[in-house]
Every structure is written in structure tokens, then in C-alpha cells.
Ligand binder design. Structure first.
Ligand SMILES: Nc1ncnc2c1ncn2[C@@H]1O[C@H](COP(=O)(O)OP(=O)(O)OP(=O)(O)O)[C@@H](O)[C@H]1O
Ligand SMILES: [Mg+2]
Length: 264
């Protein structure tokens, strides 16, 4: 079995903190000495924009070296990897053309497993400790591809009145895929916690009542440094090491690493 663990970030609710968690957890795992590949699976390009400025991201999106063309042409993704400015951290960039990926997949044989096949040689090479995939806020064939290519799922959930709305649907959707994937929910990550409001406690209580769903001990507070960091195309720890969310993502990386050692 490959040592590489693939983790995707998914929640069909938009704006729940998927891309933010994927980028910052990726950076923290890399800082902890793990070799990490990030895969930007969303046409919004948010994961790519977390590490490169707009000009570079658009150039990658307009080139043929991005995830859309690799999927369309069923290419080996090892030829699509770019280095980020950070040690141990690589990226497969996305394209706005990912908006057409459902259409491209529609006529393909074994259409649920295209991403899995494109990632096969990277996974088998054992170069990476972790492959982190950022999913879009949808539940179509493309997200099924992401789930089929994944060992573990992290579900970011916003601590807000509507944050949990539709979550049971998503767990059912994952449950319904059991024949296609062994993807397992590693945990729900509570994000955008605002202590002036009392949604955090309520959110954790409700989540803890779901059967067989773990919730990470670590949660992420609302932190304006996250938005400033994204504006500067940097992980929050690089933008401002001392900020609260930077320490929280570092703590989350510890939980994820510990989860791996528990599993073995
Ligand atoms: N902890 C936080 N504190 C403050 N702002 C945050 C935090 N987490 C995320 N945000 C902001 O919330 C917005 C949504 O976050 P993000 O893009 O990570 O969510 P997403 O789930 O990936 O969204 P989508 O479903 O559109 O892909 C972004 O503008 C981001 O800057
Ligand atoms: Mg996103």
C-alpha cells in the first residue's frame, strides 16, 4: 500500500472554509517536514491563489498545464506539478475551464475514476506523504471523482446558523458511495468561530450527535489575518506567524499527523 495519504476537503455548502483549510493545513504539514502535493480541484482557483499571485494563476489557468487538460486528456498528473515558493509543498493548478469538467466526464468510460487514474503514478511513487485536494461546493460527477481518488475526507463546517444545513445530505451522499470508494471521514473541522456569538457550542453539540462522525478538537476562529494573507497570496503563517489562526492550523496539522499514526 502506498504511504501517500490523500485527503480531500469537501462540503457542498459554499464558503465553509474548504480552500482556506486545504491551503493552510498543506503549508503546516509541509513545515512539519511532510512532503505535500496540493490539487486545486475548483474553477474558482482559490487554492492556487493561496500561493501565487493572480497573474501567475491566470497564466497557469490559460496554459495547458493544469488539472482541466490533464482530466480531459486523461494524462499522468506527475507532469502537471509545479513547485510553490515553499519547501516540501507542490501544487497542481486549476483552470476556469474546470466549469466544463462535468461535460467532459459525461462521455468517458469509468467516468468516476478518471482523477484516481491520473493520480495513480504519483501515489505509487510514494514521493508525497500527503495529497490534499480542494473540492468545489457541488456534489456532481467531478466531486465523485475527488472522493474516489481519496482515502480521507475533511469536512469544514462554518459555525453559523446555516452552517450545518444540508450536512446530513452530504453524509448520505458519501455513504451512498461505499461501493466506489473507501474514503473515510477523518473529521469535521469547525471554522470561522466567532466568540461573540454562541454558534460554536451549538455546532459542536449537534455534530457530536451524528453517528460515526469525528469532530477535530482543533477549530478555527474568525481571523481577519486569513483574508489579508489570501490577499497577499500567502499562507497565514507566512503572512503573520503570531496570529491565532496560524497556531490553529499548526495544531490541526498535529491532529492530522497523529490520526495517521493511530490508523497504522
Ligand atoms: N477563519 C476565517 N476567518 C476569517 N475569514 C475566513 C476564515 N475562513 C475562511 N474565511 C473567508 O471566508 C471565505 C470563504 O472561505 P473559503 O474560500 O476557504 O471557503 P470554501 O468552502 O473554499 O468556499 P467555496 O465553497 O466557494 O469553495 C473567504 O473569503 C475566506 O477568506
Ligand atoms: Mg473553495
Amino acid at each position: 500500500m502506498s504511504k501517500t495519504k490523500t485527503i480531500c476537503f469537501t462540503n457542498n455548502k459554499g464558503g465553509s472554509g474548504k480552500s482556506t483549510a486545504c491551503a493552510n493545513l498543506g503549508y503546516e504539514l509541509a513545515s512539519a517536514g511532510k512532503k505535500v502535493l496540493l490539487v486545486d480541484g475548483d474553477m474558482q482557483l482559490n487554492l492556487s491563489l493561496s500561493f501565487f499571485d493572480e497573474e501567475d494563476v491566470l497564466a497557469m489557468a490559460e496554459s495547458e498545464k493544469n488539472l482541466y487538460f490533464a482530466i480531459k486528456e486523461k494524462k499522468d498528473l506527475k507532469d502537471y506539478v509545479v513547485s510553490t515558493p515553499y519547501e516540501n509543498l507542490d501544487l497542481i493548478p486549476s483552470s476556469t475551464l474546470m466549469s466544463q469538467v462535468e461535460y467532459e466526464l459525461f462521455t468517458m468510460m469509468q467516468r468516476e475514476f478518471v482523477l484516481k487514474k491520473c493520480l495513480k503514478s504519483i501515489k505509487e511513487s510514494d514521493i508525497y506523504d500527503y495529497i490534499l485536494i480542494d473540492a468545489p461546493p457541488t456534489l456532481g460527477t467531478w466531486v465523485i471523482n475527488i472522493l474516489c481518488a481519496t482515502d480521507y475526507v475533511i469536512v469544514p463546517v462554518e459555525a453559523s446558523p446555516w452552517g450545518l444545513f444540508g450536512l446530513a445530505n452530504m453524509f448520505d451522499f458519501l455513504g451512498g458511495m461505499q461501493e466506489m470508494t473507501e474514503a473515510k471521514i477523518m473529521g469535521v473541522l469547525i471554522t470561522k468561530v466567532d466568540e461573540r456569538k454562541n454558534y460554536y457550542k451549538q455546532t459542536r453539540e449537534i455534530l457530536e450527535n451524528f453517528d460515526n462522525i469525528d469532530v477535530f478538537q482543533t477549530f478555527i476562529h474568525v481571523d481577519s489575518a486569513i483574508e489579508w494573507a489570501q490577499d497577499a497570496s500567502k499562507p497565514v503563517a507566512v503572512y503573520k506567524k503570531s496570529t491565532r489562526s496560524s497556531k490553529e492550523f499548526q495544531q490541526l496539522a498535529k491532529e492530522v499527523i497523529q490520526y495517521g499514526s493511530r490508523e497504522r
